[in-house]
Each structure stands twice: as structure tokens, then as C-alpha cells.
Write a protein that binds this ligand. Structure first.
Ligand code: FCB
Length: 453
């Protein structure tokens, strides 16, 4: 299985998950600092205060990437390093870190992919309403423009948002993520304002290649998980379509076509109304983009559930049962369904044919152990191997797929799960900050060298 020439191989991380140094060089507070420092929100009450100490160790980490032959590295910028209170002049010491990181990457022959928002909203903006407040979209666009002005001489690949569904619905809907609010109407408003921020920012990131990164999954009935040919009954099919609209079309239809699925408008009607969607917003959101970034971990499994109330993370999901897949799971409890990835990529390339695709995250947490300086993570190798075969199949089926980035380069702060869940291809000993290449890292390096499996 050989991948196309110029297929981009890399790894991804995010600022709050790896940087640490939360009080250094004038960084302001983010909603994740506040949230993780509130007892009970994160497993073990872990915080990102130190994380992988990447802020101080980025040179060594870039050297590791080079050793692994990565062609691309996707990282995110901490908005509160650049604008400590979320608006106003750029903090020169904060942006200087990303200047140094970009230079280090380029010197190592690694192409930077910059994500502008991977969930660390400045706390000062949350205090003014956060993403539920329309003004945050404008603040985000200003911030994006400021970063672009500083880095665009060396960075061409920009992602506006990482996973707006998660930011809106786990942040403001079920409260599992920062800022920990639990209000369906605020979640729906936040989703719209995130999209508005994306559209406003996308127009200010030229010259450059612009991407929107979504967490997407094929939505399947339990029977379809193991039998792609299974045909669901009418009620199950309706549940599948509605959840697909809420998860994926809610973001990609406005961004690509300037329209909202009726299921999203109906959910808003039942939860605070649609008044926050103003005339002209959808034209703003439909800004030209070059790529859709796809983060895939597992399918979303649903069936009809007559009479069930909406799940807190899914306003509009009344009468739907979220089911489990009959499949082995990772340490996160997430089902391992590799062909979900090819099914997803083929569907996205059919639904949004004018936009290229890139797998911007894929990977798995397992309970790794270090033995004599090695980590034999055969389960992760199997996960990655299985998913890469499906990526290849999607390419063969005609999907315009530009690259694959593994999540994650390093073990890191896994949000509400803290440090107990390890997604890295590189093991991090948090007591010593020692890095150990896992077997999966060596395997991946070999895949890159051969451009295939
Ligand atoms: C995604 C996030 C990423 C990481 C993985 C496991 O939803 O974008 O930061 O936590 O899940």
C-alpha cells in the first residue's frame, strides 16, 4: 500500500496539553487553567501547569520529530500567550515562543501546521460571556490576524478552530470540558459564534492555506458497525441522519455551502431560539477554505429511542439512543472500528467534493508500560496500522486526501482525563520529563520512510 506522492505525514499536539509554563512570559489565564484548577473537573485533579514542559523543551521535541522523519507538525497557539486578556496589543514575549518554534521546525525540514484555537480561550473573554457571546467571534478574528501578521512569512498552513462541536457542546452543553457550563441554548449559540469566528478569521489568513478541523465520525446503527451493508429501518435511519446533521453537517454545511441543516435550526428553536443567527452570518461563515481537517477516533453509534430526552451534549437529540459498538475498545473505552475512517472520508469527499481532506488527528490511548527503556505498544501499532489501511482505501476510492497526522506526538494532558490516558507515540515520564520512543513511533517512522505499509 503506497500512498500518493506528496502525501503529508506528521503528528499533532495542542498548546494546553503539552506546553506547561502557564505563568511565563506574560501568558494570561485560559478557561482550561480555571477549569482544571477547580477540584473535581479533571481526573486526579491534574492540571496543565507543567504538562510536557514543551515550552522549555521544544528544541529537543523538534529533534525527536526530525529523528522520526515527520514532514509536518500540527501544533496550536495559546491565545492567552498572544493576547493575555483576549484582545488588544500582542504580548511580544508570548508570540516569540511560536517564532522560535517555527524557526526550529523549518530548520529541521518540518512543515508547521498552525491551529489557532484548540480550546484555551482567554479567561477574560469567558467572563464576558465566552463563546456564547457574539463578540468573542470578532475577538478571535483579530487574534488570528495578529498571529498571521507575525508568522505568515514562514507559515502557510492554518487551521482556524479545532473541533468546534467539542468546544461548544462539551464546554457549554454537558460541562465536561472548560468552561464547564451546562446550558443547551448557550451551547447552540457557542457553536454558531465559533463558526462565525472561523469565517471572519478565514478571510484574514491570506495568503495561506486555510482549514477547519472537525471531529467527525460516521454515524452508524449497531448493526452497521459490523456490517456496512446493513440497512436500518426508518426510525433508526432518521436517528442516524439527525445525529449526522448535529455532529458534522452543523459545521461543514455552513462553512462550505452557507446553510444550516434543518435539524440544527429545529434544535435551536427548541433551545433559546435562532435570534443569534443574524442576516449575513452564513455568508460570512462560508469563507473559502482549502481543506477540511478530520479528527477520527471512533464511530458514533445510535438507534431510535422513542421518548428519550436529549443528551446534554446533543441538544436536538430527543428520541435517540446513544448505543455501544460491538468492538474492542481503547483505554478511553472508545470502540476500535478502523473502517469507520474510510467510510467517513468517502462520505465527506462526496458531500463536500470541492474541498480537500486531511486526517488531522487519529490515534489511541492504551495503558503503556516502560520496560528496560522500551514501550512495546503493539495495540497502538495495530490501531494505527488498521486505520492507515483504511486511509489508503479511501484514497483508492477517490477521496482527495492530502495527509495524515497521528494524535499525538507525546503523551499529554488529556483534558478531563488528565495524564492517566496516554495517546503519544512518544512516552513521557512526567516525573523526569524523559521522552522514550514507543514501538509505535519506530513503526510510524518506517511507514513514513516507505510512504506506505
Ligand atoms: C480530540 C482532541 C485532542 C485529543 C484527542 C484525544 O478530541 O482534539 O486534543 O484530546 O481528542
Amino acid at each position: 500500500m503506497i500512498f500518493p506522492e506528496n502525501f503529508v505525514w506528521g503528528a499533532a499536539t495542542a498548546s494546553y496539553q503539552i506546553e506547561g509554563a502557564v505563568k511565563e512570559d506574560g501568558r494570561g489565564q485560559s478557561i482550561w487553567d480555571t477549569f482544571s484548577h477547580t477540584p473535581g473537573n479533571v481526573a486526579g485533579d491534574d492540571t496543565g501547569d507543567v504538562a510536557c514542559d514543551h515550552y522549555h523543551r521544544y528544541r529537543d521535541d523538534v529533534a525527536l520529530m526530525r529523528e522520526l522523519r515527520l514532514a509536518a507538525y500540527r501544533f496550536s497557539i495559546a491565545w492567552p500567550r498572544v493576547q493575555p486578556d483576549g484582545s488588544g496589543p500582542v504580548n511580544p514575549r508570548g508570540i516569540a515562543f511560536y517564532d522560535r518554534l517555527v524557526d526550529e521546525l523549518l530548520a529541521a525540514g518540518i512543515t508547521p501546521y498552525v491551529t489557532l484555537y484548540h480550546w484555551d480561550l482567554p479567561q477574560a473573554l469567558e467572563e464576558r460571556g465566552g463563546w456564547a457571546d457574539r463578540d468573542t467571534a470578532h475577538r478571535f478574528a483579530d487574534y488570528a490576524e495578529a498571529v498571521h501578521a507575525r508568522l505568515a512569512d514562514r507559515v502557510t498552513n492554518w487551521a482556524t478552530l479545532n473541533e468546534p462541536w467539542v468546544a461548544a457542546y462539551l464546554g457549554y452543553g454537558n460541562g465536561v470540558h472548560a468552561p464547564g457550563r451546562r446550558d443547551a441554548a448557550s451551547a447552540l449559540r457557542s457553536a454558531h459564534h465559533l463558526l462565525l469566528g472561523h469565517g471572519l478569521a478565514a478571510r484574514r489568513l491570506r495568503p495561506g492555506s486555510v482549514m477547519l478541523v472537525v471531529n467527525s465520525s460516521p454515524v452508524l446503527t449497531p448493526a452497521q458497525v459490523n456490517d456496512p451493508a446493513a440497512v436500518p429501518g426508518e426510525a433508526d435511519a432518521a436517528a442516524v441522519d439527525r445525529i449526522h446533521a448535529l455532529l458534522t453537517r452543523q459545521f461543514l454545511d455552513p462553512a462550505v455551502y452557507g446553510t444550516y441543516p434543518e435539524e440544527v435550526l429545529a434544535a435551536a428553536e427548541r433551545n433559546g431560539g435562532t435570534g443569534h443567527i443574524r442576516d449575513g452570518d452564513l455568508d460570512t461563515i462560508r469563507a473559502p477554505i482549502d481543506l477540511i481537517g478530520v479528527n477520527y477516533y471512533n464511530p458514533c453509534v445510535v438507534e431510535a429511542g422513542p421518548g428519550l430526552p436529549a443528551d446534554a451534549a446533543w441538544p436536538g437529540s430527543e428520541d435517540v439512543r446513544f448505543a455501544t459498538a460491538d468492538a474492542p475498545t481503547t483505554a478511553m473505552g472508545w470502540p476500535i472500528v478502523p473502517d469507520g475512517l474510510s467510510r467517513l472520508l468517502v462520505r465527506l469527499s462526496q458531500d463536500y467534493p470541492q474541498v480537500g481532506l486531511m486526517v488531522t488527528e487519529n490515534g489511541a490511548a492504551f495503558d503503556d508500560v516502560v520496560e528496560n527503556g522500551r514501550v512495546h505498544d503493539a495495540d497502538r501499532v495495530a490501531y494505527l496500522d488498521g486505520h492507515l489501511r483504511e486511509v489508503w482505501r479511501a484514497v483508492e476510492a477517490g477521496a482527495d486526501l492530502r495527509g495524515y497526522l497521528v494524535w499525538s506526538l507525546l503523551d499529554n494532558f488529556e483534558w478531563a482525563e488528565g495524564y492517566r490516558r496516554r495517546f503519544g507515540i512518544v512516552h513521557v515520564d512526567y516525573a523526569t520529563q524523559n521522552r522514550t520512543l514507543k514501538d509505535s513511533a519506530l513503526w510510524y517512522s518506517d511507514v513514513i520512510a516507505r510512504n506506505g505499509l
